[in-house]
Design a protein around this ligand. Structure first.
Ligand SMILES: [Zn+2]
Ligand SMILES: [Zn+2]
Length: 255
């Protein structure tokens, strides 16, 4: 199976789109940029969307994808997320005030979107991939996803501060896990901001990777905040960890 990076930034600027990752043709993880990058025809092929949490940089393009696929599909798009994440969407974004409630349009019987609550630790199948959510440490509730194609697995961790269960899972899963995607939002000088907002800096990332028993595994970094991007990139390079690389739009990962 292939994962294609549509957007990998932590900020919206002319230079970068926020995170979205396309699996095959029918599944998208994170809705930071899917409607901005995929054609309308490509968006109409998406059957399942997985959200890590409700922050705007991770959900904003769901609003626009719903509008773009409206009337163009036979079945609703399943929107998978924690119950708390879906409640934020329903109450604060797709609420008929900020944006239409596409879970009831064009009719409640044949909606454009359908909420599909997930339960951490329980595996579901979507688009030929087995998907399992693992809770991570980020305000409001947030999950990472393990994507298992049968021949290999990828760990997709969006926003998180220091965490434990994720590394326990990867260590137990062994060689099946082919790669880890994880954030590094801020440079080390903004450590206090990272701590209060549940994010990582390069030094915090290095501490996380010391919990990992895999000296061989690629660690793909995303969600770098634009105003301090060059500083964060320099600190990531200075870690001297050959596993660490930065995800760019258009990159394809096989698993
Ligand atoms: Zn967040
Ligand atoms: Zn974010």
């Amino acid at each position: 199976m292939q994962l294609k990076v549509l957007g990998s930034a932590g900020s919206v600027t002319p230079e970068g789109q926020t995170c979205s990752f396309l699996i095959g043709e029918r599944t998208v993880f994170e809705m930071g940029s899917a409607a901005s990058v995929l054609s309308t025809a490509e968006q109409r092929r998406v059957d399942d969307v997985f959200l890590t949490h409700a922050h705007l940089d991770h959900v904003k393009d769901l609003a626009f994808l719903a509008e773009n696929v409206f009337g163009g599909r036979d079945a609703p798009v399943n929107v998978h997320g924690l119950p708390a994440t879906l409640a934020v969407l329903a109450n604060h974004i797709l609420n008929g005030a900020v944006w239409p409630d596409f879970t009831a349009l064009p009719s409640p019987e044949t909606p454009t979107l359908r909420y599909a609550p997930i339960e951490p630790g329980r595996t579901i199948e979507a688009g030929g991939v087995r998907v399992t959510a693992i809770e991570v440490n980020h305000p409001g509730g947030c999950v990472a996803y393990v994507l298992d194609s049968g021949s290999g697995a990828l760990v997709l961790c969006g926003d998180t501060g220091p965490t434990e269960a994720l590394w326990e899972f990867v260590n137990q899963a062994g060689a099946k896990v082919r790669g880890i995607m994880i954030e590094t939002s801020f440079p080390d000088r903004l450590r206090a901001l990272a701590d209060v907002s549940g994010h990582l800096t390069p030094a915090l990332l290095a501490a996380e990777l010391r919990k990992l028993d895999r000296p061989d595994i690629p660690v793909h970094i995303h969600h770098i905040k634009a105003p301090t991007r060059s500083e964060t990139l320099a600190e990531l390079a200075a870690l001297g960890d050959e596993r660490v690389r930065v995800l760019e739009p258009g990159t394809v990962l096989e698993f």
